[in-house]
Each structure stands twice: as C-alpha cells, then as structure tokens.
Design a binder for this molecule. Structure first.
Ligand code: ZN
Length: 136
C-alpha cells in the first residue's frame, strides 16, 4: 500500500471513529478549509491554494474537533492563534503516528524529519515538527 493511501485510510478511520462528517467543496482558491465544531463537520475546499498537503489540512481540522470536544470548557479562553498552533501540533502528531512505524526509535524519526516535512508540505511548520519529533 502506498504511503498516500495508508495515510488516507488512517485519517478516515479517525473521522469515522469520532463521528465526524467530511465534505469536499469546490470554492475559490482563497477560501480556506473550515470546521464546524458543533456539527462535527469538516469542509475541505479542493481549490484552496496552500503549501500544506491534503493530509495535513485534514489532520489539522480533525485536531480542532478532537480538542474542542474534549476541552470545551477551556476553549473559549484560548486565543485563535493558540488554538491554531495547538491544531497544527496535534495534526503533526497524528500524521507522525501514522508515518513512522512503532519500532522506529525517536532518533530514527528525528533523522527522517525532513522526509516527513516534505511528504506533508510542512516547510512553514518545521519548528513545530522538530518540537514534536525531538528525541527524548
Ligand atoms: Zn485551524
């Protein structure tokens, strides 16, 4: 199975297990993806122009829904910037759990971080990837 299909299956499993609805729309190139936390709906705009890969965009929106359902009482106190950073961090964690196999050590993951960044278009978030993958 290709990495692309494996990651797609992995994210679709999370979507199903959390009763999330995923919708794809064809908006303009400037309309970002959106999430509706109350309805647990993710709307991905196929035409949105971004350097981020499709999988990271999806993982980022899933992360919003996972954190906003478990920490509802906290969420209103968070600034938008904080919740975006948290969704980026959680999205990177979700993808790294799938991308790296269980038997890969932290050192091996660290050494492959640039391949990971390249695969998911995460160049702008290199610092966050390095934060997640730093060997303990
Ligand atoms: Zn977001």
């Amino acid at each position: 199975m290709s990495t692309y299909n494996a990651v797609t299956d992995y994210l679709e499993n999370i979507i199903q297990n959390n009763h999330i609805t995923l919708i794809h729309v064809s908006g303009s190139s400037t309309d970002p993806d959106v999430v509706n936390a109350k309805k647990k709906v993710i709307i991905i705009n196929r035409h949105y122009q971004t350097h981020f890969s499709y999988h990271f965009r999806l993982a980022h929106e899933i992360a919003h829904l996972l954190s906003e359902t478990t920490h509802t009482y906290n969420f209103s106190q968070l600034s938008k910037a904080t919740s975006e950073k948290q969704a980026n961090l959680t999205g990177i964690k979700l993808l790294s759990d799938c991308y790296f196999s269980e038997h890969q050590s932290h050192i091996m993951r660290w050494e492959r971080r640039f391949q990971f960044i390249e695969t998911f278009g995460l160049g702008q978030l290199t610092h966050l990837v390095e934060h997640v993958l730093t060997p303990i």
